[in-house]
Write a protein that binds this ligand. Structure first.
Ligand code: C2E
Ligand code: MG
Ligand code: MG
Length: 464
């Protein structure tokens, strides 16, 4: 009897342990160990159930995928402990925004997913995405440091975008990538962005390779003194000699580079190559200043001034030979930050120009404080001066404004000798445009300059 009881106890304990073990295994298989949230497997299972249930209603089911911006930075600077703590704070922040039956899951490193199983419309999903982002945006104390967590969200809705959980998650993921690239905060999936995003992502990969393989080229366009037509400077304009698509213009690949970190190596390459060409021309007896365009992102690039000083020293170029062109809208997007980096660049002795001037709603107060040397009047005004009296008035008053602020003026897009004559009458100092030359490869630019030096006075007289 005693033997039976002992044996029974042993078996019962063992089976309890086994049951506990299997429950633990089940938990590990379905839940994330750090946050205790459902993992991808459980999420997909619940999403599948929700899609089936919604078919009977009928209702909609939304999947939101959330990715924490710059999580790696937080992890790297504050350490993994801080990173882990932050991840455990995500669910308590989001929960109050959601309903009881909604699921929050953790998919991986800094990726979370939300399942909204009973939805009346897609608009509700976007409004929840907005509220989730706002809830995370409230600072979280990590090691006494208040950190605002910014998140990007991709949204897909069943049955409109997919009728299986697997596909629904994939489509929310596509929307997430588009939102990240566009820095828009959140996006709803649409077949259009899907078709768009694949070639886009592959082009991005190709551009990274293209920069490394030396496929970028610079063309140069001359800028002349408006009165004497003497060559003052050449502007470097980047092109991509794509192996199968031919020569691509900046509009076809720069926005892509600007949305990613690729703009940095691209900008470095442009400056380095422009200074190298400057040196080649100078060695051939042609001493001409060069202009380089910077992107809006460069205004946040704290290392740029130091690297630029190094590149100038390597090329043996005095800083004044280089003009950096920044679009007016890039500068005005964040004038205070711009003023700080522009101040550093200007103190180095490089010249600064506000490009595409007239399109960026400058405030006069800021303009006075910015250390810029010249305004480049946008070609949309210059090329329509003849037909549009408003545009002519804008150009004239910009020239006057620049003069009273003691800034130089360059008119872009000068295509006709009538436009040149008008600009001279307004007192505009410099001109650039197809009337004189289209952007040319470096060697041809050198030849153009030599030929022009011999005939420049004629151009001036002929069009005066
Ligand atoms: P931007 O700096 O305003 O450059 C002038 C643009 O106007 C060039 O276009 C040039 O080809 C075009 N253009 C010049 N004269 C005329 C003319 O008489 N008529 C007309 N219709 N157009 C004229 P491109 O080369 O396509 O460059 C477009 C923009 O791309 C540039 O505008 C600049 O903002 C940007 N960009 C070019 N190269 C670089 C670069 O290396 N880095 C960065 N960040 N941006 C660049
Ligand atoms: Mg420019
Ligand atoms: Mg321009």
């Amino acid at each position: 009897m005693l033997l039976w009881a002992t044996l029974f106890n042993l078996v019962a304990t063992a089976s309890r342990r086994l049951r506990r073990q299997s429950e633990e295994n089940r938990r590990l298989a379905l839940y994330d160990s750090l946050t205790g949230l459902p993992n991808r497997t459980l999420f997909l299972d619940r999403a599948e159930q929700a899609i089936l249930a919604a078919k009977r209603q009928p209702a909609e089911v939304a999947v939101l995928i959330l990715d924490i911006d710059r999580f790696k930075e937080i992890n790297d600077t504050l350490g993994h402990g801080a990173g882990d703590f932050l991840l455990t704070q995500v669910e308590p922040r989001m929960r109050p925004v959601l309903r009881e039956g909604d699921t929050i899951a953790r998919f991986g490193a800094d990726e979370f997913a939300v399942l909204l199983p009973q939805l009346d419309s897609t608009d509700t999903a976007t409004s929840i995405a907005r509220r989730l982002r706002r809830a995370l945006d409230q600072p979280i104390l990590v090691e006494d440091l208040p950190l605002a967590v910014e998140a990007t969200v991709g949204i897909a809705v069943a049955p409109e975008h997919a009728d299986s959980a697997e596909l629904l998650v994939r489509r929310a993921d596509v929307a997430l990538h588009v939102a990240k690239a566009a820095k828009s905060g959140f996006e709803v999936y649409s077949p259009k962005i899907d078709a768009h995003s694949k070639p886009r992502l592959s082009l991005l990969g190709e551009l990274r390779r293209g920069i490394a393989d030396g496929e970028l080229v610079l063309h140069y366009q001359p800028q002349l003194d408006a009165v004497t037509c003497r060559l003052q400077r050449v502007e470097a304009l980047v092109r991509w000699a794509h192996p199968t698509r031919g020569l691509l213009l900046p509009a076809e690949f720069l926005p892509l580079a600007e949305q990613t970190r690729l703009i940095r190596p691209l900008t470095r390459w442009v400056i380095e190559r422009a200074l190298r060409d400057w040196r080649l021309w100078r060695d051939q007896g042609l001493d001409v200043a060069v202009g380089v365009n910077l992107s809006a992102r460069s205004l946040g690039d704290e290392e740029l001034p130091t690297e630029l000083a190094l590149l100038l020293a390597e090329a043996g170029a005095p800083p004044g030979t280089l003009t950096l062109e920044l679009t007016e809208s890039a500068v005005m997007a964040d004038p205070f930050r711009a003023a700080s980096i522009l101040g550093r660049l200007s103190r180095m002795g490089v010249r600064l120009a506000l490009d595409d001037f007239g399109t960026g709603y400058s405030s006069l107060a800021y303009l006075k404080r910015l250390p810029v040397d010249e305004l480049k009047i946008d070609r949309s005004f210059v090329s329509h001066m003849g037909a549009d009296t408003d545009d002519a008035a804008i150009v004239r008053s910009t020239v006057e404004l620049a003069r009273s602020l003691r800034l130089g003026t360059v008119a872009e897009g000068v295509e006709t000798s009538e436009a040149l004559a008008t600009l001279r009458a307004f007192g505009c100092e410099s001109v650039q445009g197809f009337l004189f030359a289209r952007p040319l490869p470096a060697v041809e630019m050198g030849e153009w300059a030599r030929h022009h030096a011999a005939s420049a006075p004629l151009v001036g007289e002929a069009t005066a």
